[in-house]
Design a protein around this ligand. Structure first.
Ligand code: ATP
Ligand code: MG
Length: 393
C-alpha cells in the first residue's frame, strides 16, 4: 500500500492554551529536522489541531518511519492513504483495496470510524460506517464487526480529500526537544553518559555537551568516538554543541599536588566546574551526568556529594537508580552501545589510583585542593580559552 501522509499523534496532557502552540511548533520543527536527510520531500504542517507529515512524490517509507520514531513528543505515527474524492462508488473500491493490502490476515474484527469535516458530503458519518462496513463484510467474509474492541479500527475522514488510516506505530513519547530549556551533558566515551543525555532530551530538553580529553594520554580516536556518540544522541535530541576541553595540564597538576586516592574525585570536581562555566555562558539550566549510585568508587553517595558540591547549577542524573544492565538495554535500544564499547582510553582511567577513596570527606578534599591554589585558576582559564567547539548534527 502506498501511504501519502503520516498523522502524528501526541500526548495532550498539560499542553492547553499557549503551551499547546509551543509544543506543536517544537514538534513540527523537530520532525523537520529528523526528516532532513531522509530520501523524499516532506511537508510538515499543523491542521485542525493535528500535525501531519505529507510526503510529496517518492520517499523511503521505512527510513521515514524510523526517523519519526526518534522524535520525542510523538506517541503514535499513523500512515495515511489520501484519496481524491471521486465519488462514493470509488471510495468503496478504495476501502476494499486498503483492507485487502494492509491486512493479509483477514480473520480479524474491525470497525469503521468515519468522520466528516466536509459536511456537504452526500453520506453522513453513520451512513459511511454502515455502507463501508458492508463493503468489507461482502469482500472478506472472514472478517467480523466489533464496535467495542475491534482489532482493526479503520478511520475514514472526509475532508477536501479523503483520509484512510488504521495502523498506529508507537513513537518514543516524551516531549519535543526545545520545550524545556537546555542542559549541559558531561559526555564521556562510556556507555552511561549518552544514555543520560537521551533521557533528559526525552523530556524536551535541548542538549549541549562537554568532553574532557587529555592528549597525548588520550588519542584523537577517543575524541572521534565521543563525537560519534554525540552524533548518535543528536538523532534524538537535535543538534548538539560539543565543547572539547583539553584537560591534560589540569590532570597533571592534580596528579602532582594531590593525594592519589583522591584524584578521581578532584578531577571530577574540576570537570563539573568547567562544564558549569560553559553551561552558564550559554544559558543552560542544569548539568547532566551518567552517574548511578555505587557503580564505581567515584559514585558512592559520599563521592556524589563531594562532586555535587563543586557546582551550583542543578545536576541531573537520570540513571541514578539504574543497574548497569538496565543502562545497557537503553544504550542498545538507542544504538549507542556498539560505539560506547569501542576500546579507547578515557582520561579518567589513565590517572586513576589503585585504591581510590570510596568515602571521601568534603572538607578533606577541599583541603587537598588548596594545594592547587597557585596555578589552578590560570590552568582552568587556559582550558576554557582553548576549548574546541564542534557542532554535531
Ligand atoms: P560513562 O559510561 O558515561 O563514561 P562511567 O561509568 O565511566 O560513565 P565515570 O567515569 O565515573 O562513569 O563518569 C561518571 C560521569 O562523569 C559520566 O557519566 C560523565 O557524565 C562524566 N564524565 C566522566 N568522564 C568524562 C569525560 N572525560 N568527559 C566528560 N564527562 C565525563
Ligand atoms: Mg566514563
Amino acid at each position: 500500500m502506498r501511504f501519502h501522509s503520516f498523522l502524528i499523534k501526541y500526548g495532550e496532557i498539560g499542553i492547553k492554551g499557549k503551551n499547546r502552540y509551543l509544543f506543536e511548533d517544537a514538534l513540527v520543527r523537530q520532525i523537520r529536522f529528523a526528516l532532513k536527510d531522509v530520501d523524499g520531500e516532506f511537508n510538515v504542517h499543523k491542521a485542525q489541531g493535528r500535525v501531519y507529515v505529507d510526503c510529496e512524490g517518492e520517499y523511503d517509507y521505512e527510513e521515514t518511519v524510523e526517523s519519526l520514531k526518534r522524535v520525542f513528543g510523538i506517541v503514535g505515527i499513523c500512515p495515511v492513504v489520501r484519496l481524491q474524492d471521486n465519488g462514493f462508488e470509488q471510495l468503496k473500491k478504495d476501502v476494499e483495496k486498503y483492507i485487502g493490502e494492509v491486512y493479509p490476515e483477514k480473520n480479524q474484527t474491525f470497525k469503521i470510524e468515519a468522520r466528516r469535516s466536509r459536511k456537504s458530503y452526500p453520506l453522513n458519518s453513520m451512513e459511511l460506517n454502515c455502507e463501508l462496513g458492508g463493503v468489507i463484510l461482502d469482500a472478506y467474509p472472514e472478517m467480523k464487526v466489533d464496535v467495542h474492541n475491534p482489532q482493526i479500527r479503520l478511520n475514514v475522514e472526509v475532508r477536501e480529500e479523503i483520509y484512510l488510516y488504521s495502523e498506529i506505530i508507537p513513537g518514543p513519547g516524551g516531549m519535543p526537544v526545545g520545550t524545556n530549556g537546555s542542559a549541559m551533558l558531561l559526555l564521556s566515551g562510556g556507555i552511561d553518559s549518552p544514555v543520560a543525555g537521551y533521557m533528559i532530551a526525552k523530556r524536551g530538553v535541548a542538549l549541549e555537551a562537554t568532553y574532557f580529553h587529555a592528549p597525548p594520554y588520550t588519542s584523537e580516536r577517543a575524541k572521534e568516538k565521543v563525537v560519534d556518540l554525540a552524533r548518535l544522541v543528536s538523532r534524538y535530541s537535535g543538534p548538539i554543541k560539543l565543547n572539547v576541553v583539553n584537560f591534560t595540564d589540569i590532570q597533571l597538576y592534580i596528579y602532582e599536588k594531590c593525594p592519589h586516592e583522591e584524584l578521581t574525585i578532584i578531577m571530577r570536581r574540576y570537570m563539573m566546574k568547567i562544564a558549569e562555566h560553559f553551561a552558564k555562558q550559554d544559558g543552560c539550566l542544569g548539568l547532566i551526568t551518567g552517574e548511578s549510585i555505587g557503580q564505581v568508587a567515584s559514585q558512592t553517595m559520599q563521592s556524589l556529594m563531594a562532586t555535587n558540591a563543586a557546582c551550583t547549577l542543578p545536576v541531573y542524573r537520570p540513571l541514578i537508580g539504574f543497574d548497569k544492565k538496565e543502562i545497557v538495554d537503553i544504550s542498545e535500544k538507542i544504538d549507542t552501545y556498539e560505539t560506547s564499547i569501542q576500546p579507547y582510553e578515557d582520561c579518567c582511567t589513565i590517572f586513576v589510583a589503585k585504591h581510590p577513596v570510596t568515602k571521601p570527606n568534603l572538607e578533606r578534599i577541599e583541603k587537598s585542593e588548596r594545594n592547587l591554589d597557585e596555578k589552578i585558576d590560570e590552568l582552568m582559564q587556559t582550558a576554557i580559552d582553548t576549548v574546541e567547539t564542534i557542532m554535531v548534527k
